[in-house]
Write a protein that binds this ligand. Sequence first.
Ligand SMILES: Nc1ncnc2c1ncn2[C@@H]1O[C@H](COP(=O)(O)OP(=O)(O)OP(=O)(O)O)[C@@H](O)[C@H]1O
Length: 808
Amino acid sequence: MAKTKKTTVKKERKPRFQKIKAFFGNRQTQTIIGAFIVFFSVFLLISFISYLFSWKEDQSQLANFADKKTTVKNLLGKIGAGLSHFFIYKSFGISSLYLPFLLFFSGLLIFLKGSLARIKNNWGWGILGIIWFSIAFGFLANKSALLPGVIGFETNHYLQQFLGKTGLVLALLFLLVAYLVVRFKITPEKIKKTTAATIAANKIDKTTSKNTDTTTVSEPITSTKTEEKNNLDLKVDNIEPIIKEEPFTTTKSETVEDKELELTLTTKPSEQTTKDETTEDVEIAIEQVVEEKHVEENLSDKIVKDFGEFDPTLELGSYAFPTLNLLKDYNETISVNQEELEANKNRIVETLNNYKIGIAKIKATVGPTVTLYEIIPDAGIRISKIKNLEDDIALSLSALGIRIIAPIPGKGTIGIEVPNKKPTMVSMKSVISSAKFQESEMELPIALGKSISNETFVVDLAKMPHMLMAGATGQGKSVGLNAVLTSLLYKKHPAEVKFVLVDPKKVELTLFNHIERHYLAKLPDSEEAIITDTTKVINTLNSLCIEMDARYDMLKLAMVRNIKEYNAKFKARKLNPENGHKFLPYIVLVIDEFADLIMTAGKEVETPIARLAQLARAIGIHLIVATQRPSVNVITGIIKANFPARAAFRVTSKIDSRTILDAPGADQLIGKGDMLYSGGNEVIRLQCAFVDTPEVEKITDFIGSQRAYPEAHLLPEYVGEEVGTSLDINISERDKLFRDAALLIVHAQQGSASLLQRKLKLGYNRAGRLIDQLEAAGIVGPFEGSKARQVLIPDEMALNQLLDNEGS
Ligand SMILES: Nc1ncnc2c1ncn2[C@@H]1O[C@H](COP(=O)(O)OP(=O)(O)OP(=O)(O)O)[C@@H](O)[C@H]1O
């Protein structure tokens, strides 16, 4: 109903031009015109052919065209003879024979609702071809009247006057070559391929050696089963021009589409036409509506069709990923030492038997550093009993690093991990080259190492979404961080990921300076991209918070929920860069020695890190925080809660292990990259991949030597407090009780918040703020974990002096 209303309104207002447009846009009109052209082309072809045989006789009759008495020999009568005479004799000669073909295919395309562009294209090229042949015949057969036609003959004559015979031949040949190159995209390489393919095809099928080009090409395609792929590819390339030349193949596919379209369109209009003869226009209007909708829906698709999807890597299009040979081979093949296995098994069985624990079955899996013995105890044995025997088993095996997993989740067995006497190193090369890593479809794949069953362990940092790494000094943390960064370098283009590196030790991550302009992000005003200074860390973290907020705004504007959807939409050109949209690279923030940072900057780093950890997952900022000391004042509850992925290298105490993993075990590792990884619930033992400093250097040199962006990726500017006063809280903003608190602290010579809480009867937060202000004023020293802060002012007099100086 609504539709008919709409159409009547349209009908009244339709101007003349629109009426004409609507008339030709009508499918019925188009079908009739198409059919007419097809039949007319056949008419023309027959008359042309007939004219070739009867032109001499008919020519004289044409002078008396209107005379009833005159007859012509042309099969299609006077009109046939007249048209043929006009096109063949007076115009382009025998080349005009191509005209009926052009008409036929155009008519067919209109009939089947093919694309207008194709028709235009065919005519453009067709007419050029006709003119060329007509001139060429004028040159080669200028004695014949029929071959070149008047236009060919005259043009040839005219051109010869200017270019001479040789010049004309050269010009014609040049035009021929240009035509072939532009129309059929024929290049010397293609010709080479074609000849190579033909030779290959001839070899394959000796019996059809005398066939035409097309058959030699099509035959081998059917016999693909036995032949090499390479040859085939060549052949497919090879027939490309042939396909283009014959519109049959293309029109076929279009007819299928058109038929589908027609089905949806014709159902309603056809009903209407039978009901009411005057509803022809309604039919037109409906078709217009459909067409408009079609255009609207596919606007971005159209841009994608014209320009392709947005490719963020295009700016560094020539960038080459690091090659595998930059990594070192450590010849790591796990050798199963049968004797060792047997001995360990016997000892386990013996020890358990001593405690009256019978074993039904035992199975060993040899990993790179440890062997897992899986035990199925006799029925009725309590698991806790075996777990309690951990130390006894360790003693009987006289080995460090025994870990008992009772039961192994999802297996119903009890696992005893026993270190191998000769551990095998897991090289970075072996994990990077593994199919699991290479073929992974993850957003930010990280090959951490190998599991106990010697499988490469690959995790997605984007899914983690943040990782906490802990381990005592010298246990493999820095190597672990390098393994993480190396994995990303091998998988991600510089346009897709950026690193923000914080290295208070100043030496661990220096090598990554080489790839500053490829992969690193930094603050606009900083010289070095790798951050070693506490104040800069604070500014960078706050800047990342600004970036996070800005990205959330962009996501909101784009009406998507996360960076993956956002980038997909941007690539599909559905987001306009003029509205501030841009491709968003992932940002990976790596902080080494987090404890050191917390010690020196306290809350100032904790707050932005907690914010980032809580919110940044959806917008592609991921944190990797490494620390030597996983104590509770470093890894606070809020940080821990937002870092579900934890990697623990060997730590010194059970408490540390609990802090990092919420489970014991990390204290029993054997070091050198032996680690436990917890992705949320299950704890997995891994051997971290080893990547040495020279290897990292080679990789960063390889990347660094390539063309780079003009500068490192710039983070938004953050105007923080200046160096030295970063902790400074404005004097005017100080608490009213600041002076009292300062006096109290100086008298007691003990910088603790709880003292202030007790003596001044304050809440925890206010006392904490006061301590921060006292620290900023230089009255107490920095936070020192569980110890009270050092008081830097010896007595009241010195305090008064300090505060008076401050005031002036
Ligand atoms: N995955 C590994 N495989 C084999 N050996 C390793 C592995 N990881 C570390 N090692 C060995 O341990 C040494 C110390 O490693 P690394 O420098 O990573 O320790 P760290 O925990 O970072 O120490 P620190 O905290 O003092 O920097 C390395 O030089 C190497 O010999």
